[in-house]
Design a binder for this molecule. Structure first.
Ligand SMILES: Cc1ncc(COP(=O)(O)O)c(C=O)c1O
Length: 376
């Protein structure tokens, strides 16, 4: 895909093409500009969590913006990154792996991995010598949902694991994830304070502290204050580790991937009860809207006609034959929304294309280059 050649302004493009399928607009300049700002602000190394959006145009534009290391969860993500950027560093931070996956990690030459249990550390024997970060969990609110329910050692377990990481010949580090779309800087501060306690109790000097992903993205609710989070992280690291804190790194997914993509859906029908059926839903591009607070849906009419300024809540259904294909909460839209209208959703680059399925033959297609910021 060509970078920097923006072919479309979204609203004009929609009115000219009148697409009946869901449309993905991709803005490489917006993606890169946002990534550069993030990289300049974070007090350490910024890596990208590929799971948020592994599409080649996203990886290539993040590399162009300066991303040199990638958090990968699977051999397929390792392959995707290496096919776009051969010499980058791979951080294998899915804490649970099969032995076959460890073999693939050896072949791809991963430079670090995370663990949260002794059984998983045993499996990493073929990778001895690399950096291994012990992932720990706390009971801290802030993310959109609880990331500690699946992964992470307790503080006490992390102390023992960290000692073992060092004793077995790995380079010891620590990592955590405060939960995705985390809006509270104090969540990072509490984790970093715990990291200091764990390293001290283990008597192990750590190379790096990975402060995870979780940085919020703007889905139409307003720009998140990353600066406040970065400042809290830096201050907490100084408090927890004193004059010589470990090098910091982070692995944002949504904060880097979300801004460059907008999803546009079309109203297929206004049902007799007033609910709307769209041409995509939770099995497609709205997958993430099932679990996350709603973002913005801006109405664009096919012919440019105005719609009412008064808003009314609408139940939203996806296009499949499954009655679970419904957003869990109503969305406020102009009261006279009609079949044929488009709904423009900004900030949809994270966990939308990567989760979407083709169930019932629906789902978003390939992206259209566009200037999202100046689209209407
Ligand atoms: C280990 C790890 N790192 C980073 C991320 C990215 O998180 P986010 O998209 O909230 O930044 C995730 C998300 O699942 C993760 O599991």
């Amino acid at each position: 895909m060509e970078h920097g050649v923006l072919q479309a302004q979204p609203d004009q493009w929609l009115r000219k093409m009148l697409p009946d399928e869901p449309v993905v607009f991709f803005d490489p300049e917006l993606l890169q500009a946002n990534a550069r700002t993030f990289i300049a602000g974070f007090p350490g190394l910024v890596t990208y969590a590929v799971k948020a959006n592994p599409r080649p145009e996203v990886l290539a534009n993040l590399a162009a913006a300066g991303i040199r290391a990638f958090d990968v969860a699977s051999p397929e993500e390792m392959r995707a990154v290496r096919s776009v950027y051969g010499s980058c560093a791979l951080h294998y931070n899915n804490p649970v792996r099969s032995l076959a996956e460890v073999g693939a990690a050896v072949a791809y030459g991963v430079s670090s991995a995370s663990v949260d249990a002794f059984g998983e550390l045993d499996k990493l024997a073929p990778l001895v010598g690399i950096e291994v970060a012990v992932r720990f969990r706390l009971d801290v609110a802030g993310g959109a949902y609880d990331f500690g329910s699946k992964f992470g050692a307790s503080e006490a377990e992390a102390v023992e694991l960290l000692k073992a990481v060092k004793a077995r010949g790995f380079v010891p580090s620590l990592c955590f994830h405060p939960g995705t779309q985390c809006q509270r800087p104090e969540a990072w501060a509490r984790y970093i304070e715990a990291a200091g306690r764990i390293a001290r109790s283990a008597g192990v000097e750590i190379l790096r502290l990975n402060v995870g992903g979780g940085f919020a993205s703007d889905r139409g609710q307003g720009a998140p204050n990353h600066g406040a989070v970065f400042a809290a992280i830096e201050a907490a690291a100084r408090r927890a580790f004193g004059a010589a804190p470990p090098a910091l790194l982070c692995e944002p997914g949504r904060a880097l991937a979300a801004p460059g993509v907008a999803l546009v859906l079309r109203v297929k029908a206004v049902r007799p009860d007033g609910s709307l059926v769209l041409n995509d839903g939770i099995y497609g591009g709205l997958a993430e809207w099932r679990d996350m607070p709603a973002g913005e849906m801006r109405l664009v009419t096919a012919d440019g006609a105005a719609r009412a300024t008064s808003m009314a809540p609408r139940v939203i259904w996806g296009p499949t034959c499954d009655s679970l294909d419904r957003l869990p909460y109503p969305v406020d839209l102009p009261a006279d929304v009609q079949a044929g209208d488009y709904l423009f959703c900004p900030g949809m680059g994270a966990y939308s294309q990567s989760i979407a399925t083709r169930f019932n033959g629906y789902g978003p297609g390939d992206p259209v280059l566009a200037s999202i910021g100046s689209g209407h």
